[in-house]
Write a new protein. Sequence first.
Length: 55
Amino acid sequence: MHSNNMILKHPLSVRIFHYLLVISFIPLALTGLILFFKPFTEGAMNLTMHIHIAA
């Protein structure tokens, strides 16, 4: 196999950053949608807001 035909891999630090970004984006997106559409009662919305701010 020639060196110009090798598959480029990202370093471990880049992959860890990517997975941390994905893991933090999912709860923020879900709680953001819940806060935008407000489908729950006031108590549940308060809990959702606390989760959104803590994340």
